[in-house]
Design a protein around this ligand. Structure first.
Ligand SMILES: Cc1cc2nc3c(=O)[nH]c(=O)nc-3n(C[C@H](O)[C@H](O)[C@H](O)COP(=O)(O)OP(=O)(O)OC[C@H]3O[C@@H](n4cnc5c(N)ncnc54)[C@H](O)[C@@H]3O)c2cc1C
Length: 214
């Protein structure tokens, strides 16, 4: 589950408490109501002796005994001597030149469409970015681009060479390691990603319970 600042995030005012992000499933009957996955899935089990919840801990690497994953090594990376200061996050957005090439092409295509004669009856004019080129266009893109918050698919489920987990969420070539989050999606869902993440978690729990007879 995602950590969410108490305020200041794009959906901050809609989140009803600090700490673990309160993930959202929209109910048709009451569109304003948000449901907390933390409350539904985690809080009821917090007193279990075999459950430890660590916040503010950055997993540095998975620890192996041979091929078997036995634990994780935690690295605490602080911004300052103040232990309560937020951790530094380096997302590396647009650090791959191919992503900038794609983003430039995307902006140029959108400008061409928006400025096309066929749209003239419907638009008053281009608001941004205008005819920027080169570094100015790159700067605009770096400043304006957002992820739409649906990062996923970096450890996708499948059977080809690029797949990381099998149909039971087990990582290929590693014993004792399952991945259960948005990263296993073979491709990003067309709708929002939180509900699929909840289902991935539920399926993982069911498969682990079945395998270990709990
Ligand atoms: C601002 C925002 C708004 C969103 N709004 C919606 C919405 O309204 N509806 C919707 O359906 N979806 C929404 N999403 C998308 C949804 O929140 C995500 O798809 C979903 O949370 C992904 O779940 P996950 O478990 O894969 O990853 P996350 O929820 O990101 O959980 C990953 C967790 O792992 C931790 N972590 C990562 N790396 C390490 C490490 N090395 N060591 C230790 N911990 C680590 C992170 O701190 C985090 O707690 C939103 C996303 C954002 C960012």
């Amino acid at each position: 589950m995602r950590h969410q600042p108490a305020s200041g995030a794009a959906s901050g005012p809609q989140c009803d408490s600090p700490g673990l992000r309160h993930h959202v499933l929209f109910a048709e009957a009451d569109p304003a109501r948000r449901h907390s996955l933390y409350r539904a899935y985690l809080r009821p089990w917090l007193d279990r002796p075999n459950l430890t919840v660590l916040t503010g801990a950055l997993v540095h690497r998975v620890v192996f005994d041979g091929r078997r994953a036995t634990g994780v090594e935690i690295l605490l990376r602080l911004r300052s001597a103040d232990p309560l200061a937020p951790l530094a996050i380096e997302a590396g957005f647009l650090s791959d030149p191919a992503d900038m090439t794609t983003a430039r092409a995307c902006v140029e295509l959108c400008r061409a469409l928006g400025n096309a004669p066929a749209f003239r009856p419907f638009v008053r004019g281009e608001a941004m970015p205008g005819p920027l080129k080169g570094d100015a266009l790159d700067l605009y893109i770096r400043d304006a681009a957002v992820t739409y918050w649906h990062q996923s698919c970096t450890a996708r489920m499948g059977r080809d060479k690029m797949s990381v987990v099998d149909a039971t969420l087990k990582a290929y070539g590693v014993d004792g390691l399952r991945v259960a989050d948005a990263s296993i999606m073979p491709r990003v869902t067309t709708g929002n990603t939180q509900a699929p993440c909840a289902i991935i978690g539920e399926r993982a729990a069911g498969m682990i319970r079945q395998e270990h007879g709990a």
